[in-house]
Design a protein around this ligand. Structure first.
Ligand SMILES: [Zn+2]
Length: 453
């Protein structure tokens, strides 16, 4: 009954909520250029104060500030949700490709055009407005609510991990809920529960002080051939990595996780078209998604050495290099993997130099089987019945900030339309996605609230 009243309140406030989003989008907040960021935090402060938050604080960081808000439920044993969102945007460039000005939100074809409409201002506001309607329609919210709004997600959130480490008590919650990105082409969200980590490195070999005539072939060492032999010894023809202990810490998917794969779309022809390639290395649904979500990769990103200009030059290179990245899955430690790689390369040839990037990304994953995740998944499906679970995304996001530093589950549920074109000119949020997003947040609050009844 309560949720129906909250939905009714949301339905009768669409016009007002659209105006609020327009105001939010009209306030620039380009983190990379420090444009309007401070003013935007003040706007958020007033929104959270109007909402009735007992605490609202803007936390400066060495880079851009974070905005925090807290609102307590009247229920004694209420669970706590931490809503994470980001109020900053990408730069509007190239500005002349915008059909309407990026900071003048404009409605066209049932969509609100403007920079940050979908990424992430509309999705962030959906949480705030859901709480607002809970309070207005029922006089309370059945969960304790915390908000943490990032001011530099678009710049890689450099200060977030340090801030989280220093404010664990402030941010403590039963789970983190984040809405960002688009739904899929079928117009329903993929509930994302994790991401792979990433470790980039380079190997380089120099075998002479200068490039030599190729008459010296097989007489002097050739660094390019030496690195080809190294690469061939690192990975076999099936893509299996041969570095000792590389797979030791990999956790296989649970039965539940394997079942979530069965619900996903898989069409090799469509995927080949998307990738612009003729064939996939994994040709059935289970092995494709298991590789994407649950297995690490070792990938050559680029290689070079010797003469690479037009025509031919008969030479022996003095130097060659190969650049790689490793996508890490749950439980793999970037430092440990780096040590395995360095040992393998140096045993192959001690003269090969290995350089690792300074800040590798940790993998992170939340179990969909946790009761709180099941409650959230049920709530999302009450609005979007076709919503599917992605146990992990193939790419890398800093989810470890929550799962590793805070030991909290984190769920990402995109509210945006598939054609939102974030990070591009003419970004837009479909109005029904915005309005429904508020309902998903309201349903999540309801479902998690019921866990403590
Ligand atoms: Zn973005």
């Amino acid at each position: 009954m309560s949720l129906a009243a909250v939905y009714a309140h949301l339905d009768s406030h669409e016009a007002e909520d659209l105006d609020l989003l327009k105001k939010f989008v009209a306030q620039p907040s380009v983190s990379a250029r420090n444009m309007g960021v401070k003013e935007c935090t003040e706007l958020l402060r007033s929104m959270l104060t109007d909402l009735g938050c007992s605490t609202v604080e803007i936390f400066p960081t060495p880079t851009q500030p974070l905005v925090f808000g807290e609102l307590k439920s009247k229920h004694k044993n209420a669970k706590t949700v931490l809503f994470y969102g980001h109020y900053d945007t990408q730069p509007p460039d190239p500005e002349d490709e915008w059909l309407t000005p990026p900071f003048e939100p404009t409605i066209k074809d049932g969509r609100l055009y403007g920079l940050g409409t979908a990424d992430n201002k509309g999705q962030l506001l959906a949480h705030v407005l859901a709480v607002r309607s809970w309070l207005a329609a029922t006089g309370d919210v059945p969960v304790n609510v915390k908000f943490i709004f990032d001011g530099e997600e678009e710049s890689g959130s450099p200060s977030l991990p340090g801030f989280v480490r220093e404010h664990k008590d402030l941010l403590r919650a039963d789970f983190v809920f984040n809405s960002d990105g688009p739904m899929n082409a079928g117009d329903f969200p993929e509930i994302k529960l994790g991401s792979r980590g990433d470790l980039s490195f380079e190997v380089e070999l120099t075998t002479a002080t200068h490039q030599n005539h190729s008459k010296t072939g097989q007489l002097i060492p050739n660094p390019a051939i030496e690195l080809c032999r190294l690469v061939a010894s690192m990975i076999d023809e099936n893509g299996h990595v041969l570095i000792p202990h590389f797979y030791d810490d990999v956790v296989p998917p649970t039965e539940y996780e394997r079942k979530t794969i069965d619900e996903l779309e898989f069409d090799p022809d469509v995927l080949c078209r998307i990738y612009g390639t003729k064939r996939l290395e994994k040709n059935d649904k289970q092995s494709y998604y298991r590789q994407l979500m649950f297995s690490p990769t070792l990938t050559i990103n680029g290689m070079g050495g010797g003469y690479t200009g037009p025509g031919h030059k008969t030479c022996v290179p003095r130097n060659a290099f190969v650049r790689f990245d490793v996508r890490l899955v749950l439980n793999m430690d970037p430092e440990k993997v780096a040590a395995q790689i360095a040992k393998f390369v140096h045993e192959f040839d001690p003269e090969i130099v290995v350089r690792f990037e300074a800040n590798p990304m940790q993998p992170s994953r939340t179990s969909a089987e946790l009761p709180v995740c099941q409650a959230v998944i049920g709530a999302v499906r009450s609005v979007y019945p076709k919503a599917v679970i992605h146990a992990s995304s193939g790419g890398s996001t800093p989810g470890y900030v929550w799962t590793d530093i805070m030991k909290m589950p984190v769920l990402l549920v995109p509210y945006g339309n598939a054609d939102q074109t974030n990070h591009s000119p003419n970004e837009k949020l479909r109005l029904d996605c915005y309005y429904n997003g508020r309902k998903v947040s309201a349903a999540v609050i309801d479902a998690v609230g019921k866990m403590s009844e």
